[in-house]
Design a protein around this ligand. Structure first.
Ligand code: GA4
Length: 329
């Protein structure tokens, strides 16, 4: 059984239940088996920075294997899980998100996708054999990374820019600074304490990287923010993936594609489990609008490396607009 010690309610963020916006046609759906989906994909990245992917080619076996390893881990006593923490930035975390005082009704594991070091901390928990967990993560991540690269190639094709691997090569690079995250949102049953409001599981934010690939179990909670500021709930779909455009892609496309603000609300009945791959560039990579997209346009952003952006992100609060610091005045 999962026991999360109950903190003082005032520490947590609550939000009013919001009405559905009047003009939302639904989550854009991209069928990766259809080559002409690149136009829909570009439209979705421009309008929402968010879409859902089907016919993705990620084997169900990899998903269920990892999900069952994650359930096993999060079912352990808190004192055992804490042996794999704190997240500095990799490891187990509970309620505290990032280094600057954000909290949410969530526990999680953050791993680097290219480091064996990650798993030393799990040895004491899984005995001397954290290999099953490691193999499940590796199989899942390699398959999801392949899909992320296909999506990034469709993006380049849809934007009519060459070569088609301009975005995907950043993830394919051996030095790619990518991250993998497992989030567990336990149910929050004390609804009467909330007075008709919702408890925040993971506060609103945009992802700093290039692309994020999210898969969750069948529990709702994810919301995205539309341009008019309204929040819409995304119905869960455990057999599909949801894609977020990250801040770095907003810069690479000189603002054509928008990084999407999103958040997760805690559920009163069921646990939500999500797995997210954050595809990032090498630390030394210059993040600037692609020249092939500029044609006389001025860059909206000052030049920076991914290392600089990441350093600045880790000084920010979750809800901050991290790109404003890099916008040209
Ligand atoms: C958001 C995207 C990823 O989950 C993450 C997060 C990171 C963390 O949880 O440690 C950050 C957050 C994320 C953005 C700003 C900083 C860093 C918490 C935070 C306040 C792993 C990431 O790369 O950036």
């Amino acid at each position: 059984m999962v026991v999360l010690s109950k903190p003082a309610m005032e520490q947590f963020c609550l939000v009013k239940n919001c009405k559905a916006p009047t003009l939302f046609p639904g989550v854009p759906l991209i069928d990766l088996s259809k080559p002409d989906s690149k136009h829909l994909l570009v439209k979705a990245c421009q309008e929402f920075g968010f879409f859902k992917v089907i016919n993705h080619g990620v084997p169900t076996e990899f998903i269920t294997k990892l999900e069952s390893e994650a359930v096993k881990f999060f079912s352990l006593p808190l004192s055992d899980k804490e042996k794999a923490g704190p997240p500095d930035p990799f490891g187990y975390g509970n309620k505290k998100i990032g280094p600057n005082g954000d909290i949410g009704w969530v526990e999680y594991i953050i791993l680097s996708t290219n480091s064996e070091f990650n798993y030393q901390r799990f040895e004491s928990i899984f005995g001397m054999t954290p290999e099953k967990f490691r193999d499940a993560v590796n199989d899942y991540v390699s398959s999801v990374k392949k899909m992320a690269c296909e999506i990034l190639e469709l993006m380049a094709e849809g934007l009519n820019i060459q070569p088609k691997n301009v975005f995907s090569k950043l993830l394919m690079d051996e030095q790619s600074d990518s991250v993998f995250r497992l989030n567990h949102y336990p149910p929050y049953p004390d609804l009467q304490e909330l007075h008709g409001r919702n408890l925040i599981g993971f506060g609103e934010h945009t992802d700093p990287q290039i692309i994020s690939v999210l898969r969750s179990n069948n529990t709702s909670g994810l919301q995205i923010q539309l341009k008019d500021g309204s929040w819409i709930s995304i119905p869960p779909d455990q057999s599909s993936f949801f894609i977020n455009v990250g801040d770095s892609t907003q810069v690479l496309t000189n603002g054509r594609f928008k990084s999407v603000k999103h958040r997760v609300l805690a559920n009163s009945m069921k646990s939500r489990l999500s797995m997210i791959y954050f595809g990032g560039p090498p630390l030394s990579e210059k993040i600037a609008p692609l020249p092939s997209l500029m044609e006389g346009e001025d860059s909206l952003y000052k030049e920076f490396t991914w290392f600089e952006y990441k350093k600045s992100a880790y000084k920010s609060r979750l809800a901050d607009n991290r790109l404003v610091l890099f916008e040209k005045i």
